[in-house]
Design a binder for this molecule. Sequence first.
Ligand code: GLC
Length: 749
Amino acid sequence: MIKISRKAIYILMLSGCMAAGNRTFAQQDNTNKKVEALLARMTLDEKIGQLNQYNGDWEATGPVTKDVGNKIEEIKQGRVGAVLNIMGTTHTRTFQEAAMQSRLKIPLLFGQDVIHGYHISFPIPLAEASSWDMGAIERAERIAATEASASGINWTFAPMVDIARDPRWGRVMEGAGEDPYLGSLIAAARVKGFQGTGLGSTDAVMACAKHFAAYGAAIGGRDYNSVDMSPRTLWEIYLPPFKAALDAGVSTFMNSFNDLNGTPATGNSYLQRDILKGKWGFKGFVVSDWGSIGEMINHGYAKDNYQAAQEAIKAGSDMDMESRSYINNLAKLVADKKVPVSLIDDAVRRILTKKFELGLFDDPYRFINPEREKTSLNRPENVDDARDMARKSIVLLKNENQLLPLSRSLKTIALIGPLAKAEKELKGFWSLDVDKGQGIVSLMEGMQNQAGQTKFLYAKGCSITDTSRDGFADAIAAAKKADVVVMAMGEAPDMTGEAKSKSNIHLPGIQEELIKEIKATGKPVVVLLMAGRPMIFNWTADHVPAILYTWWLGSQGGNAMADVLYGDYNPSGKLPITFPRSEGQIPIYYNHYNTGRPARNDNDLFYTSAYIDLPNSPQYAFGYGLSYTTFDYKSMEIGKFNPSAKSDKIIPVSFMIQNTGKYAGEEVVQLYLSDMVSQPLRPIKELKDFRKILLQPGQIKRIAFNIKPDELSFYNDKLERIIQPGTFEVMIGSASNDIRLQKTFELTE
Ligand code: GLC
């Protein structure tokens, strides 16, 4: 048993260094001087104008405030600092020209929900998270930023970094799933992708970590609902991805609609001042989520917009999106001595600093260049990257008797299901319609692009939601004529996203009945499931030999699905979120406590923490995903503790992995840690590291991890970060429920 001194680890932890920003002190000092000089010239009304953001006139992503006044005129009067949902160089130029007519000519910020692609649509974020490929994810956001910034956008309201353990919540599609470690890496990759080498480059847009905070823990998975959790859960599970975004240099934060432990996030100074701007030292600015300042009236936290504005500015909400609380009340609050000008000045400084960093004062039109817009959108090399990201996002859930990959020599394939020909549906929620649905490849088209002589029979079979069986006969007939049946089933793309929570997350309509009928023909059946959330499809999971979870894959979805079906790409995705067997199991996640009566197996239902009508295990676990090949894990070693090592290398762990199948393939090897005895309790396992490894058939590699000091630490009830001596178990697995190797080490005093 390896013994390691806790004291030595504390010393190593203290030697950690702060992440350095990517601006020199001289640059920052120069910007600060410009901000102060401008601030000194501003009237109170002009300062308040900078805190005001209006939605554009073309697209609303929230309940539209009844239109009051003329936005262009207000911009000319210096009453608006930012707008959103105004895209393209034509529209953005119109609005920026209006800002240039204001007294101080302060340029506008143009914000947009560029969540998974701008012109080229990438897979939804939860699909991208299934790739566990940080480089690919960063690349996807880099391309989105290049396209958006060529179209007048200089601020995206992304990445959404909300941890989500409840698939009933529609916005689970928008994040990176249930795990703080994976979610933190993805948050950082997305920020780096959007912001590129740093603000100031014309292809960099400000990123925005949202929704601060704990929005994904809405009670009942019901969007906008209350959140109630212990401070430890907030710090251990929900805050880490936000901190990772901040450490990656994120320019802005967006607060959230929910109340947290009785205080709406927008009016929550614990979140925005104590944690974000205080402990974490955030220098960017916080924008409210659509109207959330005014929504504090609905919450019952403010009696009117006057009080809502007061609560929000005091709590650290710098910019008011769409509620008009600030523009209509802050001047009076100052006059009434309810709000000091210093709070307004702080918010204005933060916003002006970003406008200077973006280079907008040097050239307000630097993001509004029609030539660049023409040459930047839909570049072939970027379309190829979208296809690559899509392929990596697909998760192989089942492949009995190696039914997949399909042979190109098949004579006839029946393509059945309501999504077999789907095109714009593949873009999922939070996709922008800039391409008017152009260039989207359906599954059918993708397969036809590659299939050579194969003949395709198509039958829709049924629709996504209704209960008509009228299409069954044609579908069954098509199946009977085919060598293999490929079924494309799932949700509608607008069944996930904002305000799309569902109490029933089963495969909708009578789709599973159609699957049963097609299975009954005796033909080999492959089912592709398209959705923005984990669905429940237990019969299919138990009876269909091959299942791929393809989420919503974006513009290149059809080509990517065909690449996987034909084996041109060996699927490597791993689930970033647990798939339940029933809504009754929710919330269900892998990093849970053991309880005093853990169910030792799915039949041990007596006197254990289990349901009497369902196994405790999920349908599919966090980290699960198959390959066309197989991998063997062996020879695990935990190396000697090396106190003189740098702070991030203290407990070396290594093992061998071999590709024991006939296809080259990538495996995401996962390292989980368990602090066996601790006070307060720790989860039965926590993901602490992973590698995505490519192995040729027969190839063996030794993989080395280093457990870092901080990975042994956790928050106690006083929210102090501590490490306790005792036994730790190190687990190496192919999934959170598929541990292949494990060893323990002893942490001494
Ligand atoms: C929406 C969403 C938020 C989005 C904002 C602007 O209500 O909650 O994620 O960025 O409004 O569209």
